[in-house]
Write a protein that binds this ligand. Structure first.
Ligand code: ARG
Length: 560
């Protein structure tokens, strides 16, 4: 049941829509005054009355019913108490009926969202810097799908550029097929690094020629390029599988090679292209931005040109309602420029393009991924977390079955949760000990809470969940139930703000409230009258925590 909506329906404020009232209703951090509150300050101007008077009048006008047990006004707030038994019954019944679908909706039916995320570069390391885009995009994918949207996951591969000419040249000089087959992307990356430190003038020239050959469709050059691409994809797909992310399209920059000309022509037609030092640019000075480079003086296209062509293609192919780009904030300007150019081209859908920017990830020991030339491969971070998880399991629960599998879920979950727990724009410092802590605000803590609920449920066989006619609800139970009731809102909020951290925080909050309940209230050994509701709370918590973690891409082991 949607309590905010229910309450909003009872409130009439002249000139304010029910939807606006609903969005103003909040769950106060301190529940002494009520379970939900409507601040009346915003209405003061329109109604020409003080918020205190408005709240008092509204309180008079609303009669308590079976859902709302009490209405009061204080300091400009209209406070509502919810009938605890009613809330418990309604919420647990709904979760019982919907199970893993609780919190989902059909709000997105008929709408398409493109999500450009992870977007790796061929033949370059898949390093810790790709963690956020991969797991943020993966979570947004699942969240929007859960809300009924048709989601298109796009890996806009970095597979275009002169570096591939360099790679071929390096391979020709120093490479060895067997070694590259065997060590894959690592061997390829070494060749590339070696080129950048050792290449002679002749090799540089040769590299330019190889790039030209790739472009002109030369067979050998393209075979080599395709091979490097395949090695890279084989490698990253292994990691995508472990992180539980997937893509519907791998159309990368190269795919747009023959799709840029129409955009360039249109720019020209509409008088938007200007020459600047031999290059073709779109002047963005009136908008306070440097020019957007479309063609270099040698006629070569740029990253922006390909992104414009990609935007056209996505609109034409998917007819998206929104097109998201989950890319680091370092590219803020790039996307502002692209979106502005689309607007200048008269595309009304430019307003549907969203840059979902996020902060940097560094490791606790201070080594930043690329700056010191020291690459931290994402796979190594994941492996280390799984290894550490296995050590903890060996210590805490040495006889656990399927230890490896559990460690994989815990380790991978720790990495994902660590990347998603904070507001996405924040820079984060990744700490192995922190993300693997059983006590902190971690994925492990949430998974452990699930295992705890699971073990209660396993022992409850044959025990009823049927609630008696009259029930009373204590404080700990009510806190859990209210949090359960808030899940659909949290999912919606996470989607509206493109912020999976809202779900991560929700999961920790629910786990904390459940644990408080678990330690304060008997469940299996509770009296006959209260045991059903406590078991039903346990069932529901497990279901919702599992769904919440699932939306983030985190699996839940039965036992830990
Ligand atoms: N491959 C790029 C990079 O690593 C990210 C691409 C993001 N997507 C896009 N459509 N520009 O920086």
């Amino acid at each position: 049941m949607d309590y905010k909506k229910y309450i909003a329906d009872k409130i009439d404020v002249e000139g304010v829509s029910k939807a606006d009232i609903e969005s103003l209703i909040a769950v106060p951090p301190n529940t002494d005054m009520g379970d939900y509150a409507l601040p009346c300050f915003r209405f003061a101007k329109a109604l020409r009355k003080s918020p205190v008077a408005i709240a008092a009048e509204l309180a008079e006008s609303i009669a308590p019913d079976g859902v709302i047990s009490e209405v009061s006004a204080l300091n400009g707030y209209l406070n509502f108490r919810i009938d605890k038994a009613g809330l418990l019954r309604a919420t647990l019944a709904e979760i019982g009926a919907k199970g893993g679908e609780y919190g989902s909706s059909t709000a997105g039916r008929g709408k398409t969202i493109c999500i450009d995320y992870s977007s790796v570069n061929i033949a370059k390391p898949f390093h810790i810097g790709h963690l956020s885009t991969t797991v943020l995009g993966g979570a947004l994918y699942k969240i929007f799908a859960f809300l009924g949207y048709n989601v298109v996951g796009i890996n806009h591969l970095g597979d275009y550029g002169t570096q591939f000419g360099k790679l071929i040249s390096a391979y020709k000089h120093w490479g060895n097929r067997e070694d590259v087959e065997k060590r894959g992307i690592f061997a390829v990356n070494e060749l590339y690094v070696r080129f950048n430190t050792e290449a002679t003038e002749e090799m540089e020239a040769e590299a330019r020629e190889y790039f030209r050959l790739i472009e002109s469709g030369d067979r050998e050059a393209n075979e080599l390029f395709d091979w490097f691409k395949e090695l890279t994809l084989r490698y990253v797909n292994k990691i995508y599988d472990r992180l539980g992310v997937k893509f519907d399209s791998y159309n990368g920059e190269r795919f747009y090679t023959d799709k840029m000309q129409p955009v360039i022509d249109e720019l020209k037609e509409k008088g938007l292209l200007k020459e600047s030092n031999g290059a073709q640019v779109v002047d963005l000075e009136p908008y306070g931005m440097p020019p957007c480079l479309i063609l270099r003086s040698d006629g070569a296209s740029l990253y922006a040109t390909r992104d414009l062509a990609a935007a056209y293609y996505r609109k034409a192919t998917y007819d998206f309602d929104k097109c998201l780009y989950v890319v680091a904030y370092q590219q803020n300007l790039h996307f502002k420029q692209i979106f502005k150019v689309l607007e200048l081209l008269g595309k009304d859908w430019a307003k549907d393009m969203v840059h979902v920017a996020y902060g940097m990830v560094s490791l606790e020991d201070g080594a930043m991924s690329t700056r010191k030339g020291k690459v931290i491969w994402l796979e190594d971070v994941i492996n280390k977390c799984v290894e550490k998880a296995l050590n903890v399991i060996d210590e805490k629960n040495p006889n656990l079955e399927d230890k490896r599998e559990v460690a994989e879920k815990v380790g991978v979950g720790a990495v994902i949760f660590g990347a998603l727990y904070n507001n996405k724009i924040k820079d984060i410092v990744f700490s192995y000990d922190k993300v693997l802590s059983f006590e902190g605000e971690t994925g492990v803590y949430c998974q452990y809470t699930c295992a705890r609920a699971n073990s209660v449920i396993a022992k409850s066989e044959g025990m009823s969940r049927e609630l008696p006619e009259n029930i009373s609800v204590n404080g700990e139970e009510f806190e859990v139930v209210k949090t359960l009731a808030a899940f659909p809102d949290a999912v919606k909020d996470a989607a509206d703000k493109y912020e999976p951290s809202i779900i991560a925080r929700y999961a920790v909050d629910l786990a904390q409230k459940f644990n408080k309940f678990y330690f304060e209230c008997k469940i299996l050994s509770a009296d006959e009258e209260v045991r059903p509701q406590r078991l039903a709370i346990t069932d529901a918590t497990l279901a919702v925590l599992r769904t919440a973690l699932g939306l983030l891409g985190i699996g839940v082991p039965d036992k830990m």
